[in-house]
Design a protein around this ligand. Sequence first.
Ligand SMILES: Nc1ncnc2c1ncn2[C@@H]1O[C@H](COP(=O)(O)OP(=O)(O)OP(=O)(O)O)[C@@H](O)[C@H]1O
Ligand SMILES: [Mg+2]
Length: 470
Amino acid sequence: MTALWTSDEVSKALSPVTAVAPFMADGVTFDSRAVGKGDLFFALGGETTDGHGFVADALARGAAAAVVSRDVEGARGTLIRVPDTMKALVDLGRAGRRRSKARIASVTGSVGKTSTKDALRAMLSAQAPTSASVASYNNHVGVPISLTRLPREAHYGVFEIGMNHPGEIEPLARQVEAHVGVITNVGAVHIGHMGSEEAIADEKGCLFAGMAEGAAAVLNRDSRHYDRLAGHARRFGVSRIVGFGRSEAAEARLLACDLQDSGSDVAALIHGRRIEYRLGAAGEHWALNSVAALAVVEALGADVAIAAATLAKVKASPGRGARRMLKFGAGAIELLDESYNANPVSVRAMLAVLSRTEPKPGGRRVLALGDMRELGEGADADAYHAGLADAVATSGAAQVFLCGSHMQALWQCLAPAQRGVHRPDSASLAGEVATALRAGDVIAVKGSLGSKMKIVVDAIVAASGGEVGL
Ligand SMILES: Nc1ncnc2c1ncn2[C@@H]1O[C@H](COP(=O)(O)OP(=O)(O)OP(=O)(O)O)[C@@H](O)[C@H]1O
Ligand SMILES: [Mg+2]
């Protein structure tokens, strides 16, 4: 098998200022801690650190070569000198995309990008060699690095594209040049930087910029922004529009889902064809992600039935709804770990899951929530937090533990009987949650990454007698 990148290909794509000694690279990275033997290392300038400080180390750890924009001391190995390493990364990503014959999907949306991308990875790799972005590599570095990692022999490629600020999606979409683009949904996420949901929809609609010939747009038919997004697709010359959702007008339609703690049994109608499948991740939001993914599979030209059959193996990942059963006292507790991120859309999805999760005899539903970040400051952010009150009430949570300054607004709205405690941060909340739990409880923990609710998860695990297994 040919290497991921040869020195000739890299030279051609990057036009380095001096000639490059021959090498073969099997991987590409910018993180010196993750450098493996044979990787091509990009020395990128970060906000706090400069990758040039790690070049010598990366080469010592076996990197095939390093892309740099200035001299580095003590570097033993092949250096590729370019004026701007970030631009060089984008150039190599473009070269990776241009040489590829793969069918490419791009995924964006306010929530569910990684979930949908990972479902697509499972569905497509069951059929042919597939490459997908790792984790949430969805920004100005993550997208081009993912493109440089697209193996030349891949049949399918799946790329996550994200944004925090206006104008971020279009250049990334133009790098990816997808055949199929899916917008999972539009909600009040990062609204602090964006102003309104309409502005967020307009930004997401830029996913369709620079798409390949004959491209398709997969859109949430249930969203009030559907027409707006379809307009953006057409504006960028994408004429095939496929809707997914519960709506009768959706081409990929969720007909029914029997929701259980361990997953769901789903029936869907994909372009008029009824299919039934088991989905290994719990919650209606996951059932909707799965029909969106099936619509993408169909639009890519892959096999929908084979794809659906792989969904049984798809599970929520740690911090995004993964469930753990832990020994506790004379029994066990069930932990729903959603500590990786939170916004009004995903907190509601989690509360819906909690409301359907039955505690064991003697147990209760317990909830620990940290601040949702990126909703802006002041009154608006407080209002989004207080706005969760109805969903918290219907979740059936017997006790609610909150932390963070914005959660104070939700605290005011809780029924007195539901109130656990409110604390300024997760470190001061963690012990109180762990002590309040008893055998039989279901405990759900959620907050934005910046709210550090993993500290609460860790305290619960530490107070338990370890994993029981589901
Ligand atoms: N369709 C959906 N609707 C509502 N919530 C969802 C949906 N899909 C996933 N979630 C929830 O949202 C959270 C984040 O999911 P995921 O990591 O897939 O989102 P993301 O869009 O990739 O986030 P990020 O912007 O951090 O990369 C998880 O807790 C998950 O349970
Ligand atoms: Mg993500």
